[in-house]
Design a binder for this molecule. Structure first.
Ligand SMILES: [Mg+2]
Length: 220
């Protein structure tokens, strides 16, 4: 089996990370509004990339506040350096369990450099067999795995992305994480007819129960 797992709001409490980044630079006079506005300007600087980096964000913040760009950047980097603190508390134990039962692929869409930075600063990098940063290829995503599509299991929180992967890979299994602390979605797109879980321990039980036929899966 090959497990294709999303990062933000599935394994990572991205809301808590953003709050910590804002809190970290609040001493430079950055409140929630300034943080959100400068973050958006940072990712919009290069329209085709729509990506984030701390140097650019620190420069933009420094023009709006009294802060020194180097100091702001150091603060942002120090928080990102503690990425494991922003993973959901069940994420690493789940991946540690899962790695014995199949291949783990972390798949993230959009902001490729920023996704890479977050993942490489966390222990997830060591547990994953592969990390894919797709950028904007949402509608044409091609995954060249040798395993047949029937053996792919997607885990994601985002209903739009799940709909897209269901369309692209209809023979695969699609599961949803819907964390209480997760990203809030428009009720119109939130309706999905896929197994949905609020914690990875329950998803683990579901995998144990439903993958018995697969010889590579041992039920523990
Ligand atoms: Mg996500």
């Amino acid at each position: 089996m090959i497990y294709i797992i999303d990062f933000d709001h599935t394994l990572c409490n991205t809301t808590a990370l953003k709050e910590a980044l804002q809190e970290g630079v609040s001493k430079f006079g950055v409140d929630e509004q300034i943080f959100a506005a400068t973050y958006n300007r940072t990712v919009e600087t290069i329209p085709d990339e729509y990506d984030y980096d701390t140097s650019r964000h620190a420069e933009i913040i420094s023009k709006e506040t009294s802060g020194d760009p180097k100091e702001i950047k150091n603060k942002l980097d120090s928080i990102i350096g503690r990425m494991d603190e922003f993973l959901f508390k069940d994420s690493l134990s789940f991946l540690n369990w899962l790695k014995d039962y199949g291949k783990i692929v972390i798949l993230t869409w959009g902001n490729p450099k920023w996704q890479q930075t977050k993942i490489e600063n966390s222990s997830i990098k060591k547990l994953a067999d592969q990390c894919l940063y797709t950028g904007k290829e949402k509608s044409t995503l091609q995954l060249g795995f040798p395993e047949p599509e029937e053996e792919w299991v997607f885990v994601n929180d985002n209903p739009k992305e799940i709909k897209q992967t269901m369309k692209l890979f209809p023979k695969s299994t699609h599961l949803r994480m819907k964390r209480p602390e997760g990203k809030k979605f428009d009720p119109e797109i939130d309706q999905l007819n896929v197994p949905t879980f609020t914690e990875l321990a329950v998803l683990k039980k579901y995998l144990q129960k439903n993958n018995k036929k697969n010889a590579t899966i041992r039920v523990t």
